[in-house]
Design a protein around this ligand. Sequence first.
Ligand SMILES: NC(=O)c1ccc[n+]([C@@H]2O[C@H](COP(=O)([O-])OP(=O)(O)OC[C@H]3O[C@@H](n4cnc5c(N)ncnc54)[C@H](O)[C@@H]3O)[C@@H](O)[C@H]2O)c1
Length: 117
Amino acid sequence: MRGLRDKVVIVTGGARGIGAALCDRLAEEGARVAIFDLLLSDSAVTRTWQVDITDHRAVADAVADVESAIGPIDVLINNAGLNRPAAFISTQPADWRLMIGEQLYRAAQPCIMRWRL
Ligand SMILES: NC(=O)c1ccc[n+]([C@@H]2O[C@H](COP(=O)([O-])OP(=O)(O)OC[C@H]3O[C@@H](n4cnc5c(N)ncnc54)[C@H](O)[C@@H]3O)[C@@H](O)[C@H]2O)c1
């Protein structure tokens, strides 16, 4: 994580868990961290946009807002996701669709919106 001083970094799902740990580390490196999460979790060094990353319009608005508030986006960390832990053989079709389909869809949204703007 070197070389990120003053870089603008969006971390999806940065309000807790792995994403929050990433945000702390990025902030230590001097990055300007924008969190996209359903939960609010502002700190002294990060700012949160409360956004559902499956919502196209909300993501587009949040991306535009980050760029005007902090600057052009340098890095996107697609961390937000969901998990339905179960043994491979007993995972239900609906859970596969949710974990794989939703995960990829979620990961794609901020990227798509960034390049459409
Ligand atoms: N924890 C693990 O052992 C593990 C293992 C493999 C993969 N992962 C993946 O790593 C990532 C982070 O895992 P974690 O354990 O920290 O998860 P977590 O559930 O603790 O945190 C996920 C964060 O994402 C946010 N989020 C979820 N859906 C969102 C949405 N639609 N819009 C905006 N924000 C949303 C949640 O509010 C939460 O803050 C996930 O993608 C998860 O699937 C985790």
